[in-house]
Unconditional design. Structure first.
Length: 278
C-alpha cells in the first residue's frame, strides 16, 4: 500500500506538470472506487486551474478555484502524467486531461478514492476524512523535542503495542508498515512494547527516527513491493537499504544477530532481538 513517502514522491512528480495548468476534460472510466467518484466532476472541473497541490497524510489535495480534489491511492493505485494520446490501459479509472498531457489514476483493486470538497463547505481541514489524522512528521509541531512530546502524551495509558500505536497514525501520520519496522529499529525499541510504557528518552529517539526514516524513503523514491511506481513509472528503492524490514534470518547490520519476524495485527514486523530488547 502506498504510504506517506510514496504519496509525497507522487506529489513531487506530478506538481511540475499540472500545477498552474487548466483542466480541459475529465473522464470517469470506472467510478466504482472505495467511494463512488462524483459524476459531477465531469462538468465541474473543466476550465478550472490547479492552484496548488498539497499532501495530508496519504491524501493528495489538489486545490481549484471552487474546491479541492481529494485523491487517495488505496492499496494498488498510482498516478501518472502521460501524453493524452497514449493508449489507455486496463485498470485506468479516472483521467484528468490538461490539453496534451493527462493525469491518470490507475487502480487494479479499486480501493483508491477521488472525492470533491467544495470551498462552500468550509476549509479543507474540516473534511471528515482529514479531521482525525495525526500531526504531519515534517511539520513545525513535530520538530525537535515537540515530536517526542507528541508521542509521549498520545501514548499515555495505551496498552496497544508501539508498532500498532505508530501504524494507527493518530499521533503522527505516515509511519506505514515498512517504516514502522525501520523506525523502531533505529530507535532501539521492541515493536511489542506497550505504547504506554514508552519513556521520554525513547520518544525522543523515536520522533527523530520517524523524521529521518521518512526523509530517507522519500529520497529513495519510496518503497515498491509489487505495485507502486512514481509518476514517471519508476519503482521506489527504499527497501534496498532497509535495516530490518524483510530481512528475516539475515544478520543485523549492527550486531550480526539474525533478524526476527513476528505478526502484529496481521502485518509482518521485523526486528533485532539484541538491539531492540523488550
Amino acid at each position: 500500500m502506498p504510504e506517506l513517502p510514496e504519496v509525497e514522491v507522487t506529489k513531487l512528480g506530478i506538481s511540475p506538470h499540472i500545477e498552474g495548468q487548466r483542466i480541459s476534460a475529465v473522464k470517469i472510466l470506472d467510478g466504482r472506487l472505495r467511494w463512488p467518484v462524483p459524476n459531477a466532476l465531469v462538468k465541474l472541473l473543466p476550465g478550472q486551474t490547479v492552484l496548488a497541490i498539497q499532501r495530508r497524510g496519504k491524501y493528495l489535495l489538489l486545490e481549484f478555484e471552487k474546491g479541492y480534489l481529494l485523491l487517495h491511492l488505496g492499496m494498488t493505485g498510482t498516478l501518472r502524467v502521460l501524453p493524452s494520446k497514449e493508449t489507455l490501459k486496463p485498470h485506468d479509472r479516472v483521467v484528468f486531461e490538461f490539453g496534451r498531457i493527462s493525469l491518470r489514476l490507475h487502480d487494479p483493486r479499486k480501493f483508491g478514492a477521488v472525492l470533491w470538497h467544495s470551498k462552500k463547505s468550509g476549509p479543507i481541514e474540516s473534511n471528515s476524512l482529514l479531521q482525525k489524522l495525526g500531526i504531519e512528521p515534517f511539520s513545525a509541531e513535530f520538530a525537535g523535542d515537540l515530536g517526542a512530546e507528541v508521542l509521549y502524551q498520545h501514548s499515555r495509558g495505551r496498552s496497544v503495542s508501539v508498532k500498532q500505536f505508530l501504524l494507527a497514525g493518530q499521533a503522527v501520520v505516515g509511519v506505514g508498515n515498512i517504516y514502522c519496522s525501520e523506525c523502531l529499529f533505529d530507535a532501539g525499541i521492541h515493536p511489542a512494547k506497550p505504547a504506554g510504557k514508552l519513556t521520554r528518552p525513547q520518544c525522543i529517539r523515536l520522533a527523530h527516527a520517524v523524521r529521518s526514516i521518512l526523509h530517507k524513503a522519500i529520497r529513495a523514491g519510496g518503497s515498491t513491493l509489487s505495485d507502486f511506481v512514481n509518476s514517471d513509472g519508476e519503482p521506489g528503492h527504499f527497501t534496498v537499504q532497509s535495516k530490518a524490514y524483510d530481512r528475516k534470518g539475515l544478520p543485523c547490520k549492527v550486531c550480526k544477530t539474525p533478524i526476527q519476524q513476528i505478526v502484529q495485527g496481521q502485518r509482518s514486523t521485523y526486528f533485532c532481538p539484541q538491539c531492540q530488547k523488550r
